[in-house]
Design a protein around this ligand. Structure first.
Ligand SMILES: Cc1cc2nc3c(=O)[nH]c(=O)nc-3n(C[C@H](O)[C@H](O)[C@H](O)COP(=O)(O)OP(=O)(O)OC[C@H]3O[C@@H](n4cnc5c(N)ncnc54)[C@H](O)[C@@H]3O)c2cc1C
Length: 449
């Protein structure tokens, strides 16, 4: 029985459920044209993935295996593989809408074996006594803690494998029944190679060891590097979630404070769990229908980092320049977009989806719904972050603001947290605030009520 091992969100050889399979195997990666078609040719994620796929190929070769590369739709690729006698495909779960539809289609063609390799818990494992899903994080978290045993973080050993015959040398483009071999380079799939500065996962863990005890106190400070930088690796599986947990267990045994960080990992699980159980959350409000303005100019100013709110504009600049954004900044920006500007969270979500290197449908959608106050277990709708108070608290010296908005370098830091200063002074090249904080707050609450 020949098995296709389909790598997608698990681009590694260590601790891999895919590589734990025995038998004759064909490891593959598909550059999916349905996904790539919608992206800019300068998309950083494609460069990152391409690089990781080449690394995976080299690592597999070192194990006596290889990686077949395809460019096309999964449907066309599996139609072709079926003609070569492949009947079984193994792959890790993926819960977003497109992924479910894609996998459903392939499952009608071949026997599809889903592996829970991206998360610790399976969505149907953590349920309330009445068998329904949890709707509030804290009880979900406690249920996960109660359920957790060492078993969940076991390392998967390599299976007993032989490599299926295939031409592994090229990148095979498959369009319908036509097959065209391409050179293995990013330009072959229509993208420009870009440098993406993401620290290696093992190095990230090593560095994080020195920060873990202060993680809870420091993680919100915008100019302090207090977090793990693991989100991109967890997104693409360049590190195993079980490895991260084993690392935490080891640190805990040495007396380190690991709980606050573990809690964030469970947040990641919770959001994937909610999207699995409530797929309509991807586009639909769960709680309230918030007031919405379709102010195109406000949207334009937001995405161009021209709102006149220094923290918001610095955060958007961080996103555009690096593909990442500090978590506290994401929270403030999400609140500002949905409450100050009263724009629909779906548009903000789509904007983040376009640029975030760690973009993950469940984390992004549910976080945006949290900010908007519309999701399951969201921030209360009446809680509206004051961006000035937030920057004063978490970026007092305005280092984060000035790093991403050097145009403000000459303005005294304290002034950047003061609306009165920003509205009454002309700053060359920088706009006045798009709306007053207090009037925006009142407008939202009045419209909402
Ligand atoms: C509006 C908004 C959109 C977001 N979109 C995404 C997204 O598309 N992809 C994404 O991975 N995270 C998203 N987050 C969560 C969070 O901002 C990032 O996970 C975090 O900033 C990544 O940095 P880190 O790895 O250093 O995080 P750390 O603080 O070191 O956290 C460790 C890990 O926990 C997970 N995590 C932390 N916070 C959250 C959270 N709120 N929800 C889910 N998982 C979390 C991530 O996998 C992260 O790598 C979003 C948050 C907001 C408010």
């Amino acid at each position: 029985m020949k098995k296709v091992l389909w790598f997608r969100r698990d681009l590694r050889v260590h601790d891999s459920m895919l590589l734990a399979q025995d038998g004759e195997v064909l490891p593959i990666f598909i550059f999916d044209t349905k996904i790539l078609r919608g992206l800019d040719t300068k998309d950083r994620r494609v460069s990152f993935i391409f690089e990781q796929v080449l690394k995976l190929k080299a690592d597999l070769k070192a194990l006596g295996l290889d990686l077949a590369l395809f460019y096309g739709t999964p449907f066309d690729v599996f139609t072709y593989l079926k003609t070569l006698g492949f009947e079984d495909v193994y792959s890790s779960v993926d819960y977003d809408d497109y992924a479910k539809e894609r996998d459903g289609e392939i499952a009608e063609m071949l026997r599809f074996h889903f592996l829970n390799d991206c998360y610790l818990f399976e969505p149907n494992e953590v349920l309330k006594k009445d068998g329904t899903p949890y709707l509030v994080f804290t009880p979900y978290y406690h249920a996960c803690q109660a359920l957790y045993t060492q078993f969940y973080a076991l390392k998967y050993a390599r299976g007993n494998q032989s490599l299926a015959q295939f031409n592994y040398k090229e990148l095979l483009s498959i369009q319908g029944h036509a097959q065209t071999p391409l050179h293995v380079k990013i330009e072959s799939i229509g993208f420009e190679p870009l440098h993406v500065n993401i620290i290696e996962p093992q190095k990230a863990l090593e560095i994080f060891t020195c920060k873990i005890d202060s993680y809870e106190q420091m993680r919100d400070f915008l100019d302090v590097d207090a977090t793990s930088h693991l989100s991109v690796h967890l997104r693409f599986g360049t590190i195993s979630i079980r490895e991260v947990v084993r690392y935490l267990v080891a640190l805990k045994q040495q007396g380190h404070t690991t709980e606050p960080f573990f809690r964030q990992l469970i947040f990641r699980e919770f959001y994937a769990y909610l999207l699995y159980h409530f797929p309509r959350l991807a586009w639909e409000n769960y709680k309230y229908t918030p007031p919405i303005s379709n102010d195109a100019e406000a949207y334009e100013r937001f995405i161009l980092a021209q709102t006149g709110y220094p923290l918001v504009d610095a955060a958007i600049t961080e996103l555009l320049e690096t593909g990442l954004m500090h978590n506290r900044a994401r929270m403030v920006v999400g609140s500002f977009f949905t409450k100050h500007l009263m724009l629909p969270w779906q548009k903000g979500e789509a904007f983040f989806a376009k640029y975030l290197l760690d973009y993950d449908a469940s984390a992004n959608v549910l976080s945006w719904q949290w900010c908007a106050g519309t999701g399951i277990d969201p921030q209360p709708y009446f809680r509206i972050f004051n961006p000035y108070a937030q920057s004063l608290k978490f970026d007092k010296e305005a280092c984060y603001i000035k790093r991403f908005l050097p145009i403000l370098n000459d303005i005294p830091s304290a002034c950047l947290h003061k609306e009165a200063y920003l509205t009454s002074h002309e700053i060359a090249g920088y706009p006045k605030p798009i709306i007053g904080h207090e009037s925006a707050r009142k407008r939202f609450l009045n419209t909402f009520s």
